[in-house]
Design a binder for this molecule. Structure first.
Ligand code: MG
Ligand code: ZN
Length: 229
């Protein structure tokens, strides 16, 4: 019985991988670079995207917004005049707590791939299963806020291991929480020694220029306001 269960799970992940590869081929054909942005609920994915995109002059960026329900985050990002497409997993996909390749595939016809160079997929807030499902992305990044605690890399190793960039957000809260950046980085090192890190506070703006530059590319940093690509 146990073996059968494992095979079913493997089969589902294999099917996901096949669809992820089809998505990736579509993104490559349109020359769109795709970031899968993941985190626990409330770590600041949407806020950090707002901070980056409010000065995205000349960068052609789109967002695919994954949520169980509602369009609160998509509505916020729409105010920045970037194309935003919402995927709700409830009810269309049984209220799943992650995006999978099929859900992203279902949204591709709605994405203006010819009008963007970068697509950010804001995954459903969750530190567990989003790490298991590739969706066709080129880069996997995550945000971990200091309010979540310094032990998280050890408790959710797959998520931390599967990302090449870990943004440590809400550092303005450091005086108020028992969180040692040094210990967090040591914990991260244990599960993913290759991971890059950026420390940010979306609230005060600390680290936001580095985050924006990482997201939008070095060209974005020195580009004068109002210039178009
Ligand atoms: Mg959000
Ligand atoms: Zn899930």
């Amino acid at each position: 019985m146990h073996r059968t269960t494992v095979k079913v799970a493997d089969g589902a992940l294999d099917a996901n991988q096949t669809i992820a590869e089809a998505n990736r081929a579509d993104f490559d054909r349109a020359s769109v670079s795709v970031v899968n942005l993941m985190s626990a609920p409330g770590a600041g994915k949407t806020r950090l995207l707002e901070r980056a995109l409010e000065r995205a002059e000349g960068n052609r960026v789109g967002v695919l917004e994954g949520d169980v329900r509602g369009s609160l985050d998509a509505d916020r990002l729409s105010l920045l005049h970037v194309p935003v497409v919402q995927i709700n997993t409830d009810p269309a996909f049984g209220g799943e707590c992650h995006l999978d390749a099929n859900m992203v595939r279902s949204a591709i016809p709605d994405l203006p791939l010819d009008e963007i160079d970068l697509l950010v997929i804001e995954n459903v807030g969750n530190l567990v299963c989003p790490a298991e499902f590739r969706v066709g992305e080129h880069r996997r990044w995550m945000i971990s806020s200091v309010a979540e605690g310094e032990d998280k890399p050890l408790k959710y190793p797959l998520m931390f291991r599967s990302c090449e960039l870990v943004v440590v957000n809400k550092i303005d809260l450091l005086p108020h929480v028992d969180f040692s950046v040094e210990r967090f980085l040591a914990n991260l090192e244990r599960v993913n020694p290759e991971a890059e890190t950026i420390l940010t506070s979306a609230r005060t703006g600390e680290g936001i220029d580095a985050w924006r530059e990482r997201l939008l590319g070095p060209a974005a940093a020195g580009r004068p306001a109002g210039a178009s690509a």
